[in-house]
Design a protein around this ligand. Structure first.
Ligand code: FES
Length: 180
């Protein structure tokens, strides 16, 4: 894993590897206070589902500009955020993610017309479903940015990582041990 002084732009796998079927885990809010978890060496694990056009290009630009963002952010490349669905996010949480975000093109600029609009609706639906089972909806977010917004990509990564750090480890209990 690169140190925080390096620029950690790492292309992720195009899709998560197949894993065991989702099993309903007992979810409880606030399994461990964030401060205590960080004191124990916990670092949030973040999965960023990025479309291959704008968001991934912005990540690439952030790398070229040597902008720093947290190495805990792992990029999973999607052809378009329209390919994002709730199951992808649940698998990420099951396998140890503490937070998941989706980054796509600006609205109106999706290369597949409305993939990013559909993704935003799915993220909204996922937030509601997570809240219904006692899982903080703030662990999921949708962002839009253009290919030229490398600095914005780095800012989003920092902002979301800070947010999840404040929430503490995921109640799903993956503990960052799994992998996509
Ligand atoms: S191609 Fe980027 S969100 Fe659809």
């Amino acid at each position: 894993m690169p140190s925080s002084s390096e620029t950690p732009v790492r292309p992720g796998p195009e899709t998560p590897a197949a894993g065991p079927p989702l099993a309903p885990a007992p979810l409880t809010r606030g399994t461990a206070p964030a401060a205590a978890a960080e004191a124990a060496g916990w670092q949030p694990r973040i999965i960023a589902f990025c479309c291959q056009y704008c968001a991934y290009s912005a990540a690439d630009m952030a790398g070229s500009m040597r902008l720093q963002y947290p190495p805990e952010v792992e990029i999973v490349l999607l052809p378009c955020t329209g390919r994002f669905d709730v199951i992808l996010a649940l698998k990420a949480f099951e396998r140890g993610a503490d937070g998941v975000y989706v980054a796509g093109c600006l609205e109106g600029n999706c290369h597949f017309l409305d993939g990013n609009v559909r993704a935003r609706k799915r993220v909204g639906l996922l937030k509601k479903e997570l809240a219904a089972v006692g899982f903080e909806p703030e662990r999921v977010e949708m962002y839009n940015l253009s290919a030229s917004q490398g600095p914005r990509f780095a800012e989003i990564a920092r902002e979301f990582t800070r947010r999840v750090s404040g929430l503490g480890p995921s109640p799903a209990g993956g503990g960052g041990q799994g992998g996509l």
